[in-house]
Design a protein around this ligand. Structure first.
Ligand SMILES: [Zn+2]
Length: 254
């Protein structure tokens, strides 16, 4: 029994190592996806800033057109001055020209403000592009790190897998099937010790009969009634169990 249990424990240790290595492999996609989120956010900022610049430029263009027609209006109205006969009319047209000029200078101010806005948006766009580049560089770095680490881990998985296969060769197909079934069903732990008469997998107390079965079992796997895990006693003699061989039957050879 000891040999079988030892082999199963060794197998479980190797399966545990493989599971741990695979968990390390599995964490990379989430890390990379998280980094890619930064790139996506930066790209969206770049797009938003570019759209804002476009809109601000369209607005400035519109005001420039208005200013042009305002300036034309001033010229045209000035031309009207020549046809005027009375002082009163002349004053009125001059006032009209002043009014248009005031509107034009308000438009000029708007254009300057609009151009300032475009300039600050362009600075923000430049910053957003730099941020996007930085985030893309970070993704590339993480991907490179992931590739290197994953290759290393894959090699390790291969090596431990070989040890596992070698170890599994020492077990019958039936035992392996039972072990695998319990391991998969019980979170990777198929074989557990019994300490102070208690299953260390689920904390259920064992009966003395079950303990005796564990002590004497030769090649039969004993399962926990509750969690179905394979049980073993670690150093039963040290743990205070009576492990003396039953006396030989004196009548056996008669
Ligand atoms: Zn149990």
């Amino acid at each position: 029994m000891t040999g079988l249990i030892d082999t199963l424990r060794k197998l479980q240790g190797l399966d545990g190592e493989i599971a741990k290595l695979r968990a390390e492999l599995d964490r990379w996609p989430a890390i990379i996806a998280e980094k890619r989120k930064d790139v996506d956010a930066a790209r969206r900022t770049v797009e938003a800033k570019a759209a804002e610049i476009k809109a601000a430029k369209v607005e400035v263009d519109g005001i420039e057109l208005m200013l042009k027609s305002g300036e034309a209006e001033v010229g045209k109205t000035k031309g009207n001055l020549l046809k005027i006969k009375t002082n009163k009319e002349y004053e009125a047209v001059l006032k009209e020209i002043e009014g248009i000029k005031a509107e034009n200078s308000a438009l000029e101010e708007k254009i300057i403000a609009g151009l300032d806005k475009v300039q600050s948006l362009e600075a923000a766009l430049k910053e957003a592009k730099a941020e996007q580049k930085r985030a893309e560089g970070e993704v590339a770095d993480v991907e490179k790190q992931a590739r290197a680490e994953c290759a290393e881990i894959e090699t390790e998985v291969g090596a431990v897998g070989k040890q596992r296969d070698e170890c599994a060769k020492g077990l019958s197909r039936d035992v392996l099937e039972v072990y695998d079934r319990v391991r998969i069903g019980r979170g990777g732990v198929a074989i557990v010790p019994v300490v102070d008469n208690v299953c260390q997998g689920c904390c259920m107390s064992l009966t003395m009969q079950e303990i005796n079965n564990l002590i004497v079992s030769e090649d039969t796997l004993i399962h926990c009634r509750s969690c179905q895990r394979i049980l073993f006693l670690e150093n039963p003699a040290e743990a205070g169990y009576d492990v003396t061989e039953p006396e030989e039957n004196p009548y056996e050879n008669l």
